[in-house]
Design a protein around this ligand. Structure first.
Ligand SMILES: [Fe+2]
Length: 202
């Protein structure tokens, strides 16, 4: 299905080899219990699917976009409501500290390597938030992690100088906006609303 269909269709659904196998595995995982059970099952599923030779994400997800990391929604479940977004990170591209709009999310590294830093919220004063970096990790191909609110703050960055990285994100529901946090003074950040756009899947 092309992007025009995806834009006019409330449930984007891009075709690719292994689509049905991936969707069946995700459907099974999202119906496995509470959010802890679901995110654990999704992490295992993603790790398996990344290694599955039958599953090849659409070619577009390997194409970075020059001025921002690419977000391409390749599937939205009409039954369960979850959203699958492929992200493409050119060398040096990354995110500011951000939240996940209260939605759980499971993120798997399909290709390349990402630097992921978790942030713990220490206190809040109106629109000012105080965070402390709670540890960073290098996530390589075939690995997956999850965020469950209220532990939903992190940064992602492709620290490589020459390799594109691709990640697959499963959100509880389509995430169209979130908060981003701009460093102010020491551990204090200012919250800003951010609209999350999606890029073409052609
Ligand atoms: Fe995130």
């Amino acid at each position: 299905m092309n992007m025009n269909d995806a834009q006019s269709n409330p449930c984007p659904d891009v075709d690719f080899p292994g689509h049905d196998k991936l969707v069946a595995a995700l459907d099974a995982a999202v119906t496995s219990g509470d959010e802890h059970a679901v995110t654990k099952a999704l992490r295992n599923t993603l790790c398996t699917m990344i290694r599955d030779r039958d599953v090849h994400l659409p070619a577009c997800v390997h194409e970075p976009i020059e001025d921002h990391y690419a977000r391409r929604e390749i599937y939205r479940s009409p039954t369960h409501g979850y959203s699958v977004v492929a992200m493409t990170w050119a060398p040096g591209q990354g995110t500011p500290v951000h939240d996940h709009c209260g939605l759980w999310c499971v993120e798997g590294v399909w290709d390349g390597e990402l630097e992921i830093t978790q942030y713990e919220l220490l206190e809040r004063d109106g629109e000012r938030f105080r965070f402390r970096a709670a540890g960073g990790m290098q996530a390589g191909p075939g690995s997956a992690g999850s965020l469950i609110p209220p532990h939903e703050y992190h940064t992602i960055r492709n620290a490589s100088s020459d390799h594109v990285a691709v990640t697959l994100h499963i959100y509880k529901a389509p995430m169209e906006a979130c908060s981003m946090f701009v460093p102010q003074d020491g551990e204090w950040f200012a919250r800003l609303d951010k609209t999350l756009c999606t890029d073409d899947t052609e």
